[in-house]
Design a protein around this ligand. Sequence first.
Ligand SMILES: [Zn+2]
Length: 109
Amino acid sequence: MKEHNPVEPETIAAGLGKVRKTRWILWATIAAYLPGLLIALQLALSGSTMTVLFGTWVFLLCVAVGLATIVRCPRCHKTFHTNGPTFLPVRRCVHCGLHVTADRTANAA
Ligand SMILES: [Zn+2]
């Protein structure tokens, strides 16, 4: 049984890979809003089509935030971006401070 041994680098790398993926989905969803809106305006879609598209985007945003909320830190096993009711999509674990790219910079240490 391991007690307070440091987590294996492979586990950290795999966990941080998952964290990075959820962050990417979240930012991509947010970033897609403006170009999506401009394209929709260009196409002069009807109000109901716009409503459906906007509803779809809100749904995708909810999924992206949900994924980013539940993703866990590979080091402390707590939620990486969430401390209590507060969702903070920052680049460090809000509990132990593990950086989202710690596995890429750890080789020097
Ligand atoms: Zn942590």
